[in-house]
Design a protein around this ligand. Structure first.
Ligand SMILES: [Zn+2]
Ligand SMILES: [Zn+2]
Length: 265
């Protein structure tokens, strides 16, 4: 039972093809897909995806690269959506100083506001931490939440350990599959297995075998898991089971929702 812990199924690239993509992923053993929202519009889109496909689970939040188009009352809207639609996490939130540092203080303000919402609703967070890990850690210490995932992790070992200590899992995906990604590979190989979750981040971060032309989809997770298993010298079945369990530990509402559906049948 593979679980793609980070996939933007609502992205334009997948427009109108979600059913085929989810079916193809299921054929590759990807049973569950976590879909984090990125902006106000995607709140409704990811909720709609869950209505159609019960193996998809959504998080709601404002991505740091999308805060430029936020409106004044958007944080209030997030609060009322958290109340009404009960997502499995607040996300995708975080900081991105690779894309731009020009709006650093605005990014921080929105990030902090969303951490406070995660505290108020007792939800884990799904975080984007590109070139901003020390700042993210600083705010997590100031506004502690009940863990979650630091996705597409590419920090130092010390930073990884700091996240783990704060109750977080680290997301690994396509980026580790490139021959030159020796740093990410070393982390993926040696961090405690309980702290690792797998992701495609589709349609972003295509794995090495897709080349420039190929489209990244959640179906790639099987090959990513296979790559990871070889890297760690583990068998694929244990990797699949362990990473599934780790994701449920980070996002416990998924297990609750699954039991609920089973009881209905
Ligand atoms: Zn991200
Ligand atoms: Zn993302």
């Amino acid at each position: 039972m593979l679980i793609d812990s980070h996939c933007h199924l609502d992205a334009m690239e997948f427009n109108q093809e979600q059913e085929a993509i989810i079916k193809a992923a299921l054929d590759h053993g990807i049973e569950k897909i976590i879909v984090p929202a990125v902006n106000r519009k995607s709140f409704d889109d990811v909720i709609e995806i869950r209505k159609k496909f019960s193996n998809c689970f959504y998080a709601l939040g404002f991505h740091p690269m999308h805060i430029g188009d936020m409106k004044d009352n958007d944080l209030d809207t997030l609060q009322s959506y958290l109340n009404t639609y009960e997502p499995i996490a607040v996300g995708e939130i975080g900081l991105d100083f690779f894309f731009t540092k020009d709006n650093k203080s605005l990014q921080e303000e929105i990030f902090i506001a969303q951490l406070k919402l995660a505290q108020a609703f007792d939800l884990p967070v799904i975080m984007h931490v590109r070139q901003a890990i020390d700042d993210v850690l600083k705010y997590l210490r100031r506004y502690p939440v009940r863990g979650g995932i630091a996705h597409a992790f590419n920090g130092s070992r010390q930073q990884a350990e700091a996240f783990i200590q704060l109750g977080f899992k680290l997301g690994f995906g396509g980026a580790m599959t490139y021959p030159r990604a020796t740093h990410i590979q070393a982390l993926a190989k040696s961090l405690p297995i309980e702290s690792i979750v797998l992701e495609t981040d589709a349609p972003d971060i295509p794995p090495s075998w897709l080349g420039n032309q190929g489209r990244n989809t959640p179906g790639e997770l099987l090959q990513i898991a296979t790559f990871f298993a070889e890297l760690r010298g583990m068998n694929l079945t244990s990797v699949i089971e362990q990473s599934h369990q780790n994701t449920l530990d980070a996002l416990p509402k998924i297990a609750q929702l699954c039991t609920l559906t089973e009881n209905l049948h």
